[in-house]
Design a binder for this molecule. Structure first.
Ligand code: UTP
Length: 274
């Protein structure tokens, strides 16, 4: 029922400079796999096989990653080294990949609006691949199940400590089921004092396609960027948006400390040298 997933990957990744000067931050490897591949694998696990990227200048490596590399593959064909390509080959066999560009970094809302032509008029997933999620059942798969039940936009949330709340979009609302909230309030990057709760939005969403019109009529907000949070709040006020406290663990790989934690976790728990 939901088959498409959008990956906004136009950001500059300034927190990882100089590593990201000429390389997309989404291609930084967590152990041996680029960040973005973890996100795409999560989308595929949820049955979202039509993957759309909103890219920008300097992001060609992402498109190349999800394409055949003839010289390399020819060179190692038949050798034991071929096994290292198995995970990306599996991803390429399951998914289809489309690309569009965001010409100016005008915020996440604007990036998603740029993806409209790739999505059309159907509900879709959104993954911010700098949030690496590990869970028994993928976070997007959990959210797709919830969508089937409620048929409205859903944001993934987690509890965060007071001193980190200013980094996130924060929701407040009525708990309608264990871990599921009907959103009534949403604030982008509030101060500790202004935060309506400790439930922070992380980089996984299911959005209904009416969000595109809502974004179009959303003026730039915090930092003069078109904020997805503002558009979602309009959607919540006119209809319904749910916040879902997902099961699993999230690493903020957009920050150096989170990236190092993710690397250690993946190396110790998920990486196999086969
Ligand atoms: P971030 O603000 O975390 O990413 O945006 P960034 O700007 O790349 O990182 P820093 O702060 O400079 O280190 C969250 C996600 O939204 C995408 C980013 O690529 C990232 O995946 N994004 C954000 C866009 O695609 N376009 C935008 O205009 C804004």
């Amino acid at each position: 029922m939901i088959s498409k997933c959008l990956f906004p990957v136009a950001g500059y990744g300034t927190r990882f400079l100089p590593a990201t000067k000429s390389m997309p931050k989404e291609m930084l490897p967590v152990v041996n796999k680029p960040l973005v591949q973890y996100g795409v694998e999560e989308a595929l696990e949820a049955g979202l096989t039509e993957i759309g990227f909103v890219t920008g200048r300097g992001k060609r490596a992402i498109a190349d990653h999800f394409d055949v590399s003839y010289e390399l593959e020819h060179q190692i064909a038949g050798s034991t080294k071929e096994q290292y390509l198995s995970s990306i080959r599996e991803v390429m066999a399951k998914g289809s990949f489309s690309f569009t560009r965001q010409s100016e970094m005008r915020g996440l809302g604007d990036a998603i609006l740029n993806g409209r032509r790739l999505i059309g008029d159907q509900p879709f997933g959104v993954v911010l691949s700098d949030d690496l999620c590990v869970a028994e059942e993928g976070v997007l798969a959990q959210m797709v199940k919830l969508y089937k039940q409620f048929r409205c936009s859903i944001v993934a949330v987690q509890e965060v400590p007071d001193d980190e709340i200013h980094k996130f979009g924060v929701i407040a609302g009525e708990q309608i089921k264990d871990g599921i909230f009907q959103v009534e309030q949403m604030v982008e990057k509030p101060s500790k004092e202004d935060a309506p709760s400790n439930l922070a939005i992380i980089g996984r969403y299911i959005l209904t396609p009416d969000i595109f019109d809502v974004i179009e009529s959303t003026p730039p907000g915090k930092n003069d960027e078109v904020q997805l949070t503002d558009a979602l709040l309009s959607q919540a006020r006119d209809g319904c948006v749910l916040a879902y406290k997902f099961k699993g663990r999230r690493f903020d790989c957009g920050s150096v400390a989170g990236f190092v934690n993710a690397t250690n976790y993946v190396y110790e728990n998920l990486y196999s040298q086969e």
